[in-house]
Design a protein around this ligand. Structure first.
Ligand SMILES: [Zn+2]
Length: 561
């Protein structure tokens, strides 16, 4: 029996390397003889290959370790099997056979018959896992299984690198009534595969909190890595779980980046807790449960709060209450964890413990109500780094010239009469962001993400007391130029909107009037240059108008790198 297994295993490019107890091999009912590497294929641009293995039974205390050669350079590895789970973990291996990080394997969830898609029979998998390789593709993987376990249909899916997603510039969130929808990176931005089936819709009454149960997800340190992980999660759901598309409606990285999940837009029915109809499934990417215990970041919690607040406000959901959940057929808390409705550890102990605070947070965000006045408030943050990357010393301005400076934690606020207010914000080195908010009473939160403009010039102007002043730039670029500013007491901001902060296609000397100076101070003029040809030199000059006389105060030159 043992020799038979090993021979078959070798044929299949699978090595049984450490039979911790030989008896384990002797009793294993493995029939690896049928193990055949499926030829690598390219699924919508993503290389995919599967290694189907038949089955195995280990008694308590028995364990085996399998090494598998990757049939393609692998960025991610997903696997599943039918049966039960003793203890199991796996890791990708680099070309030298070094491990790239051990990933525990968990009991699969989300596998109710109505969410299983086209690729395999309903209810087939009960154990699953997904891990990623950073810094280059993996050449193999090691799988360790500890009994007692009986598994069959073990299938390993190798996911090659797709096109590397490039972070798009977040566009200003569209103004509208209600709590603003946070900026969400859409499917095109992370390189989604086309879904393999149609969509259906439910009236959203609940928000579900999940984790991805992948510690490798939590190790992403760049936007491109996080986006590639979303790619792999989708491929895993489609080619390992056999679903039509990524199951979750939204996914959040530890940096607070929010990614669109299942295709179909707002209120599309996802596949995330086995109930689904009426629940918006939000997956936080990480492993928030023993033995990994990733710690939820402030950025991901804030992102979840903003996302949930938007949906609760839109649908009239009480974030601290309960409601009838159609998919479940019972009353459930409106903001719940996956484990509240299914037998699963998801979203993990450390994330589940945040749910009461998250409910209170969302309730606070929505506590506006109707009144005659309220407070418009929020934080400034770097949109490329997530809502946790606060920007201190930025300027937030209203169209009437009122402005304030963000505090050390990025916080800012305006007490305001009820009304609708265009808002602009910037900081040195960042582009201007716009929004529009309606204050009806209580607190209205609007956290503003700024996009940096690295390499753009900052010109410091020292105007004369009592004078008005302007900034000008003489250049012949074929690029668009935005004007931002950092607030200085006594200097009102540039009127924003039509021409105040956008100089399209500068061809000649341009002048933009910035306003009157009530006192002395320093004005930081931050020119944001988009698409400047390399080597282009912008000459910036500022002058002060006093009694009809223009007096040059200082200037600076900046050359595009
Ligand atoms: Zn879950």
């Amino acid at each position: 029996m043992k020799l038979e297994i090993l021979a078959a295993v070798h044929l299949a490019a699978v090595r049984l390397v450490v039979p911790v107890r030989l008896a384990a091999v002797g009793v294993a009912t493995a029939t690896f003889a049928s193990a055949v590497l499926a030829a690598p294929a390219v699924a919508q641009g993503l290389p995919i290959a599967t290694t189907p293995l038949e089955g195995l039974r280990l008694a308590a205390g028995e364990s085996i370790e399998l090494e598998l050669d990757a049939p393609l350079p692998a960025r991610s590895l997903g696997l599943w099997w039918r049966g039960d789970l003793g203890e199991a973990w796996f890791e990708l291996l680099d070309p030298n056979g070094a491990g790239l990080g051990v990933q525990p394997i968990v009991a699969a969830h989300d596998l109710a018959p109505d969410v299983v898609g086209l690729d395999r029979p309903a209810g087939a998998a009960s154990v699953s896992g997904l891990t990623h390789a950073y810094g280059g593709p993996a050449a193999g993987a090691r799988l360790t299984l500890v009994g007692p376990t009986t598994l069959s249909g073990l299938t390993v899916v190798w996911i090659g690198p797709g096109a590397t997603p490039l972070q798009p510039t977040p566009l200003p969130v569209a103004a509208g009534a209600g709590y603003p929808k946070p900026f969400i990176y859409d499917r095109a931005s992370w390189g989604a595969l086309a879904p393999q089936c149609g969509v259906s819709y439910c009236n959203t009454t609940h928000v579900a909190l999940h984790h991805s149960a992948s510690s490798a997800d939590f190790q992403a340190s760049t936007w491109s890595q996080a986006a590639a992980n979303v790619q792999s999660i989708q491929a895993y759901h489609m080619f390992t779980n056999g679903w039509c598309d990524v199951g979750y409606n939204y996914l959040i990285s530890k940096q607070g980046w929010i990614f669109e999940g299942r295709a179909g837009g707002d209120d599309v029915k996802g596949a995330h807790d086995g109930k689904n109809c009426g629940s918006m499934g939000v997956c936080v990417m990480g492993y928030f449960h023993p033995p990994v215990n990733n710690a939820p970041t402030a950025a991901l919690l804030e992102a979840f709060g903003e996302l949930a607040a938007w949906k609760c406000d839109q649908q009239g959901i009480d974030p601290t209450g309960s409601a009838f959940y159609a998919g479940l057929g019972a009353v459930e808390q409106t903001l719940y964890g996956h484990r509240d409705v299914s037998a699963t550890a998801c979203p993990g102990d450390s994330l589940y413990a945040e749910l009461p605070a998250l409910r209170a947070d969302v309730d606070g965000k929505l506590s506006g109500g109707v009144g005659t006045s309220g407070t418009l408030k929020g934080v400034l943050y770097d949109a490329t780094l997530g809502i946790g990357a606060r920007i201190a010393g930025g300027t937030v301005a209203l169209s009437d010239g009122t402005f304030t400076t963000s505090a050390s934690d990025g916080y800012w606020e305006f007490p305001l009469p009820a009304g609708t207010y265009p808002v602009a914000a910037t900081a040195p080195g960042y582009r201007v962001a716009h929004s529009s908010e309606t204050v009806t009473g209580g607190d209205v939160w609007e956290s503003l993400g700024l996009v940096p403009s690295p390499g753009s010039p900052t010109l410091v102007v020292t105007p004369l007391a009592g004078s008005s002043f302007a900034s000008s730039t003489g250049a012949s670029p074929s690029s668009a130029v935005w004007l931002g500013y950092a607030g200085v007491p006594g200097i009102p901001p540039v009127p924003f909107g039509a021409a105040g902060d956008l100089w399209p296609h500068l061809a000649t000397l341009q002048t933009v009037y910035l306003g009157s100076v009530g006192g002395s101070g320093v004005l930081n003029v931050n020119l944001q240059v988009s698409g400047a040809p390399s080597g282009l030199t912008l000459h910036l000059q500022c002058y002060v108008l006093t009694a009809g006389q223009a007096r040059l105060t200082n200037g600076a030159a900046w050359q595009a790198p």
